[in-house]
Write a protein that binds this ligand. Structure first.
Ligand code: FES
Length: 103
């Protein structure tokens, strides 16, 4: 595991309710901004490996735009089918108005 936090974006690049795809060492990550907090999730849904990007937020979860699986933004736990496997999440820090992620 890479213990270094990598700066990937400025806070201003991701307004409330939005998302941004970033790549660190070939790992694709979706940064989500929901209710004044930022989260870093694996980019692909655990159901059919389709992108979670564009998924709506509801009750602290992201809803996969393809078949509606829900994952907790904080810990990636699956909350609704058809997915049954959790997704990965990544530690995220705000440093001087930038977003840094550890993979
Ligand atoms: S690919 Fe996400 S629910 Fe099917």
């Amino acid at each position: 595991m890479n213990k270094i936090f990598t700066v990937v974006a400025s806070v201003d690049e991701i307004p409330e309710g939005e998302q941004l795809r970033v790549v660190i060492d070939e790992t694709e990550i979706l940064i989500c901004h929901h209710e004044q907090r930022f989260y870093a999730l694996q980019y692909y849904c655990s159901h059919e490996e389709l992108p979670l990007e564009g998924g709506m937020y509801e009750n602290g979860c992201i809803i996969c735009p393809y078949h509606g699986a829900e994952f907790c933004l904080k810990d990636g736990r699956v909350q609704a089918p058809p997915a049954y496997e959790d997704i990965r999440t990544f530690p995220l820090k705000i440093i001087d108005n930038t977003i840094a992620i550890q993979i």
